[in-house]
Structures are given as structure tokens and as C-alpha cells.
Design a protein around this ligand. Structure first.
Ligand code: ISL
Length: 539
């Protein structure tokens, strides 16, 4: 899967925002990587309060991105290249500017019940800071918005809402799209009756995610959606973004026994380094990450399907977060991270720019940020007395704009002829698509080989997984086994040399080296910084 975040991908008309024509012009970049599916973040009409995750018309394209004709052309261009195209389905909430919500504001309207209204607010906090309940002057009542106040939650209890969503999905499928990435889909069923949550002393709101996630009717809604849209029947691709989703939920919603979701997209592994809150990141303890992924590998084996990702438009750049983004180690660490991730079982996701090892934005002032989450967190934390340097350090490490800077196509930029909506990275002269793609030892070429290996070898797709040396602080070692095929993956996830305890690993005598992240030495006694190797072991 290759994810495109359209506003930052490629600008064809010089307005500073990426657009559909820009994607069409650069499709060969994605195809040459070997991607099978392209996921487009939202391109629909939107006030852009949350960069398009606040939709005012599901069946029209925001003029900043282009037209429906451009979408039709993109669908064809994707299909001609043997790929599939999936759309972002954002139906936990709409924009407050959606006509459905505008009608709903009138208590006498038949659409009043399409959203969630109460005479008095509950004590719930929203994901973006502040209360999750907003008073509407039209009636004096409060509506629920789990995200910004411009993202009112739809009331999925109402069958008309569900049918309207399914009709919209069918319309897109008839237009040629191959499936959907479903935004926070496990929030659509709430636990009724809605009640105040437990509030911790000193905290302005309650944040009990279990009141709003994985509600009692979720399975029913997903099965109904599957039936009504013909998801299984038409072999459509679905991935459900699931916050607060553990292994049990993942199994429940992706097991082949039911027609619910094709796969989940989960968060445990990207929460390990900010357990105390996104603004207080702690250094990653490698064994935690290895063991977490291993637990999901074992827990879903034969019983569900997971997405494999280190980056998307909500996460910082992985080479800055889990790797080493210094000039000396950036390329090798990007390749080592790619190697371990792509050799797990599941569907690997490459987020635009990851394939050339892009780094974090490097912002140091709040006026450089555009993201509603970053601005909200900054306001809330500084009001609560957190020193500004601390807030900026947190955002610098974890803020969502880190991954939203425009793609540097060339050393000069090449994203737009105008002024980009968010500055390009200061490193563009040295980290850009043209230079990386031309380098046979570049990050792109390494991703291309990993993807080719997965396409060629069933053991990568389906082999069972075993983590070795789970507590080792620098080495990430595992095997994949299918019948008599067996792969050994061994990576030094540190910026120093690492000795390998050969006696504790399967013998690599006669093994074939399939891939490595740096030019390998002759033996395996000592690995270079960020050296990752994939061996095929003899049975
Ligand atoms: O990134 C996050 C984890 O801290 C959350 O901010 C994020 O909002 C959450 O993971 C859900 O994400 C999805 O829904 C949001 C939208 O802002 C995100 O971009 C989207 O991926 C609301 O639609």
C-alpha cells in the first residue's frame, strides 16, 4: 500500500497545494516502487479544518485538488498500471458545513437525529483538546464532536444515516474505486445511554476511550455495510483505522469467519514512545517495539490481518523517530527500518516520502505549524503552564506536520512553482526524490527490492513468525517459515557496531544472502550500524 497525502504530494498549478493532476503526473514513481494499492487521503469538498478529514460533500472534489473528471482520469491511470485505488472514508463525522448538519441544527428537522444532540454537555474531552460537546446557538443544545468542533459525529443508530453512507460508497465503487480506508471506524458505534466518564483530579475533561470506541453495534454495522455496498461480493479492499484496538478487537473484526473488515490499522506500536502523552515522548526501548509487533504477529496468525506501518500523515517520520536521521546514518537506518517492517506478516504501508527516507520537519516555532491538533495541544499545554520549550520539543518530535511537509521531487524542491502551504524541509538539497531514486544504494531502491521479494516469495506473505533474542537492546532478529522455506532476518537497530551471538541463532552456513541494507562484510560476527540482512536458510 502506498499512501498519498494529496495536499503535500505534487502541485501542478502553482497554488502551493498538491492536487490530483500532480498525482497523475507522478504515478510512475509509485508504480515503479512496486506498490499494488494507492490510498488517497481525503480530496472531497471541505473547509479544511482538519485537512479534509472534515467533509462537506462526499460526492464532490474540493477545487483545491481538481475535479471529478480528474478522479476518473486518475482511476484509469492507476488501473492501467495494474494498481488499485482506495479512497478515505470519513464517516464517524462530517464537517459542520455539510448540508446534513446544517439541516440537523433545526430541532424540528427530520435530520435532527442524524447527529448526537443533548440539552446539556457531558464531561468528555475531544481528541484535539477542549470539550467534545459544543453548544449550537440555533437551539441552545450541544452536539458531540470527538474531534474538532467543526467535525460533528454522525448518529449511526439512525438507519437513514447508515443508508446514506452506503449509497455514497456504492456511488464511488460504481465510479471505479477499489475500496476504502475507513477513518476511526471503530468509533461509529457509541455505548448508549451516553453518560459522564470518570474524570481524574486536576483534569478538565474525562477521556475514557472505551465509552466511544468498539461499541456494541460495531460488528453489526460493518456487516451491514459489507452487504449493502457489496464489499465481499465485489472484492473490494477495506482497512479499518481502529483507535484503542487490542488483539481481541482486531481478531473480531478481521477474522475470515465474518464479512467485516479486510484488515485493521492499529496504534499500540506507535504509542510505546509517548505513553505519558504525545507531548512528552520518551526514547524508544527497542525490545518493547519488537515484542509488541511479535505479539500481534502471533495473535493474528491465521485469525486476522494487520497493516504494517511506521508512518502515515498522523505520525512523525520514522527515520527521525526510530532510526538515526544524522547524515551519517540516515540512509542505512531508513533501510533497516524498512527491512524489519516489510519482513513481518501483514500488509506493508509506505507513506509518501518514507521511500526516500524523509526526516521530520525540524520546526522550532509554533507559527510554523498548521495542524489543528498541534495548535490545540500547544494552546492547552501553555495555558496549563507547561513551558513553551517543552511543548515545542514535544511537537518537534511527535507533531503530525512532521510528515506533512511537501515531497521534495528535486534538489531545488520541484513540489510547486508557487509558495508551498507548508515549507519544504530544509534538507531538500540533499534529501529529494531525484537524487535518491538515481542512487543504486538509495532508500527507494531498497524499498523496491523489499516489495519485489514479498511479491516473489510466499514465505514473506504467509510464513509463520518467530522472534529471537527478544530482549536484545540493539539486534532485531526473527525467522519466517513456510513449509521448508525459512528466512532469517537480522538487523542492527543502532548507530554503533553490534556483536552477534552466533551460538544463539540458527546456523547461516550455506545460507543465501537475499538482501542487505549496507554493503555487507563477509561474516555475521559483527554488524555495521543499521546493517540489516535477510538470509534464506537451508532446510
Ligand atoms: O494521530 C493521532 C494519534 O495521536 C490522532 O490525532 C488521530 O486523530 C487519530 O489517530 C485518528 O486519525 C484519523 O482521524 C482524524 C484525523 O485527524 C486523522 O488525520 C485521521 O487519520 C479525524 O478524522
Amino acid at each position: 500500500m502506498y499512501q498519498v497525502y494529496p495536499r503535500s504530494f505534487a502541485d501542478s498549478d502553482g497554488d502551493g497545494f498538491g492536487d490530483l493532476r500532480g498525482i497523475i503526473d507522478h504515478l510512475d514513481h509509485i508504480a515503479s516502487l512496486g506498490a499494488d494499492v494507492l490510498w488517497l487521503s481525503p480530496i472531497f469538498v471541505s473547509p479544511q479544518d482538519d485537512n479534509g478529514y472534515d467533509i462537506a460533500d462526499y460526492q464532490a472534489i474540493d477545487p483545491m485538488f481538481g475535479t471529478l473528471d480528474d478522479v476518473d482520469e486518475l482511476v484509469d491511470a492507476v488501473h492501467v498500471r495494474g494498481m488499485k485505488l482506495i479512497m478515505d472514508l470519513v464517516v464517524n463525522h462530517t464537517s459542520d458545513e455539510h448540508p446534513w448538519f446544517q439541516e440537523s441544527r433545526d430541532p424540528a428537522s427530520p435530520k435532527r437525529d442524524w447527529y448526537i444532540w443533548r440539552p446539556e454537555p457531558l464531561n468528555w474531552g475531544s481528541f484535539f483538546g477542549g470539550s467534545a460537546w459544543e453548544q449550537d446557538p440555533a437551539s441552545g443544545e450541544y452536539y458531540l464532536h470527538l474531534f474538532s468542533r467543526k467535525q460533528p459525529d454522525l448518529n449511526w443508530e439512525n438507519p437513514e444515516v447508515r443508508q446514506a453512507v452506503y449509497a455514497m460508497m456504492r456511488w464511488w465503487v460504481d465510479r471505479g474505486v477499489d475500496g476504502f480506508r475507513m477513518d476511526v471506524i471503530n468509533l461509529i458505534s457509541k455505548t448508549w445511554p451516553l453518560e459522564d466518564g470518570v474524570q481524574h483530579p486536576g483534569e478538565p475533561y474525562s477521556f475514557e476511550i472505551e465509552r466511544v470506541a468498539n461499541g456494541p453495534r460495531l460488528a453489526e454495522y460493518l456487516e451491514e455495510m459489507n452487504r449493502e455496498v457489496g464489499i465481499t461480493e465485489r472484492e473490494l479492499f477495506t482497512v479499518g483505522e481502529m483507535v484503542a484496538c487490542g488483539l481481541d478487537h482486531a481478531r473480531e473484526y478481521t477474522s475470515r469467519e465474518h464479512d467485516r473488515l479486510g484488515m485493521v490499522f492499529t496504534f499500540e506500536h506507535v504509542s510505546l514512545d509517548h505513553a505519558g502523552g504525545k507531548l512528552s515522548p520518551v526514547p524508544l526501548h527497542l525490545p518493547d517495539l519488537k515484542k509488541n509487533l511479535a505479539r500481534w504477529q502471533e495473535g493474528l496468525a491465521g485469525e486476522g490481518w494487520n497493516s504494517l506501518y511506521f508512518e502515515n500523515h498522523d505520525q512523525p517520520r520514522s527515520v527521525s523517530r526510530f532510526g538515526d536521521d544524522s547524515p551519517e546514518h540516515r540512509v542505512a537506518s531508513a533501510k533497516a527500518l524498512a527491512t524489519v517492517l516489510h519482513l513481518h506478516q501483514g500488509t506493508p504501508y509506505v507513506y509518501q516520502g518514507q521511500e526516500i527516507g524523509m526526516t521530520n520537519a525540524g520546526f522550532t516555532r509554533i507559527d510554523q505549524y498548521r495542524d489543528i491538533e498541534a495548535l490545540g495541544m500547544h494552546r492547552q499545554a501553555t495555558e496549563a503552564g507547561v513551558p513553551e520549550e517543552q511543548v515545542l520539543a514535544g511537537l518537534g518530535a511527535m507533531g503530525r506536520d512532521n510528515a506533512r511537509t511537501p515531497i521534495p521531487w528535486t534538489a531545488e524542491g520541484g513540489f510547486t512553482t508557487g509558495t508551498p502551504w507548508l515549507p519544504l524541509n530544509a534538507t531538500t538539497a540533499s534529501i529529494n526524490v531525484a537524487d535518491d531514486v538515481a542512487d543504486p544504494d538509495g532508500v527507494f531502491e531498497h524499498y523496491r527490492r523489499l516489495i519485489a521479494l514479498r511479491h516473489d516469495r510466499e514465505v514473506v506473505q504467509l510464513g509463520t513468525f518467530e522472534l529471537l533474542l527478544p530482549d536484545h537492546e540493539a539486534l532485531w532478529v526473527f525467522t519466517r517459515t513456510l513449509g521448508d522455506e525459512r528466512l532469517l532476518v537480522i538487523a542492527n537497530m543502532s548507530s554503533h557496531l553490534a556483536g552477534v551471538p552466533m551460538g544463539e541463532l540458527p546456523s547461516i552456513a550455506d545460507a543465501e544472502l537475499l538482501l542487505s541494507s549496507v554493503h555487507p562484510g563477509t561474516d555475521l560476527q559483527t554488524l555495521q550500524p543499521w546493517e540489516a540482512r535477510v538470509y534464506e536458510l537451508r532446510a
